[in-house]
Ligand binder design. Sequence first.
Ligand code: ADP
Ligand code: MG
Length: 347
Amino acid sequence: MSALIKTESLSVQYAEDGTAALQNINLSVAEGEILALVGESGSGKTTLLKTLAALLEPTKGTVHFDGKPLPPPSRRLVPGHPDIRMVFQDFSLSANMTVFENIWHVLRAYEREYRQERTEELLARCRLSGLEDHAIQTLSGGEKQRVALARALAEEPRLLLMDEPFGQLDSILKQQLKFELAEFLQESSSTVVMVTHEPKDALGIADTIAVLQNGELQQVASPKQVYKQPQTPYVAQLFGTVAIFPTDFWQNYQSQTKTTLGKLGIRAEQVQVVSSGKPELNGKGSESAVRLPGTVAYLNYQGHYQEVAVRLANEELLTAFYSGNGLAAGQTVELLINPADLIPLSE
Ligand code: ADP
Ligand code: MG
């Protein structure tokens, strides 16, 4: 697939003497791809999104859209690009207009008949039919998001940019909306770059995940890859519970553990907790397993499983997920780990 939008050595620095908000970003989004931009608050996500929207001028580097350089905002009368639309974190709706008027207004350049037809089409597509005459203030967070989406999609942009689409929503609504949005985006075959500071939200929606840390891209890969083969401790920790120790720690327990990298991590769900003295539930391959003795430091009830923090001989804590019964704090246990599940991590 060819790249719809592509950055090369892109850097953004807000103040001349300040640190760079983005550094040397090389990112490419293919036509039809859904890319999620993930990183902590302040990592540069919004800055990158605005640069892709041609709302912010890069300090260095280039952005190409559909094979052509994206005109910087300083060279345009109206900042932005007609084929690129952004849904802002606060949705940027006109509060004094109804749902219908909010969409109608975006289409003001078109003739009346098309405008009417397109507004109705967008209302239906974004499941807003029946809410036409409602004032924006009376809408729920999810409904406001759908109006923002309808506005962004009104002129059929080739690239849709969304900043923290779930940022304004509480958790029950968010669960429902995540599925709705995923379904909507997948059906629409649009090219989407969406920002989230909640890594788990990205795993289920995106084709590709780009992880930003302090303005630099850490890894760009599929959801499966960032989860199973994270390259750095930061990426590993972002997507799930993981215990990370230097390679020589693991080699003390399993001499065959080899890697050229400095650290190895293990996901909490890959650790088998066995009460000392009890036969293992699942003995398969246990001859080669790494066996770590320890003491249960605390248990954290999570509904269908428990987080078990085990204090190891070196005083470090290792977290395992445990779905059985009968563990208690203070109990001695053995942790079984398949060496194949250890994740090599570079700094
Ligand atoms: P994120 O969206 O990941 O939270 P931002 O892109 O908003 O991060 O910000 C990245 C960095 O750039 C932060 O350190 C932030 O303080 C800084 N920054 C963002 N916008 C501006 C601005 N308009 N002027 C100066 N610094 C800014
Ligand atoms: Mg932001």
